[in-house]
Design a protein around this ligand. Sequence first.
Ligand code: NAP
Length: 234
Amino acid sequence: MTTIRQLLPTPAAIADPDADPEATLERLADLYAYPDPVPATGWVRATMVSTLDGSATGADEKSGSISATGDRAVFSVLRGLADAIVVGAGTARTEGYRVPAAKPAFAARRARLGQQPVPLLAVLTRSGVLPPTLTGEDGRPAPGVEALATDPPEAIEKLAGRGLRRILLEGGPQILGQVAAAGCLDELCLTLSPLLVGGGGPRILSGAPVELSLTAAHLLTADGLLVGRWLIDR
Ligand SMILES: NC(=O)c1ccc[n+]([C@@H]2O[C@H](COP(=O)([O-])OP(=O)(O)OC[C@H]3O[C@@H](n4cnc5c(N)ncnc54)[C@H](OP(=O)(O)O)[C@@H]3O)[C@@H](O)[C@H]2O)c1
């Protein structure tokens, strides 16, 4: 059984996804609400998971193997709050991404905020190669999916210009590195898994060096994971 507890800023019980999934989603949705109003240029929230030794993947080269139930509850809420999910094609291919589906638990909240029932899935790709799970039989992106051949900051600007301002960046390290280097990252939702995996797995950011400092908005614990929300200092 998973219980989610808040450690920072003040210790508190948050919820139990197994005993009361609806209340858990509501509590988490409030904790992770995007700024209101959302800036016209968009709000870019990245979500990543890392082992204690800094690997963004397990031995299977995927992130699911270093995650757990409590983290997945938060991940589901983050998707439920977003206007657009942005992901690199590398992650979409490796993780076998699927077209996001509507979550009934978020329907009322999304309608209240004027959001579409389902977030758009924007896949950044120069090659245009999407996994078959994201395309129709003609090989084109399935409804609800777009392939964007632009640099991540330009993609974010375009999405925000279309009113898709609540951005959820799901990585991977190449894309997060570019977004951070361009100065357009607003927050990082980082889960630390109590695992050591060694090997040569990627860190959560790759590419050019960046120097950003962050402040914790909150730190939760669930299933032994540390689930943090960190805001970029401006
Ligand atoms: N721990 C975590 O939270 C987490 C999260 C996400 C992913 N991961 C892991 O990270 C690994 C994948 O990460 P990655 O860094 O290799 O890949 P990635 O960042 O997901 O995607 C890289 C791909 O994005 C496209 N791309 C990169 N820069 C671009 C640009 N400027 N404009 C347009 N498209 C651009 C290219 O796609 P094309 O090749 O199609 O041109 C490139 O191959 C996987 O093992 C995944 O499991 C871990």
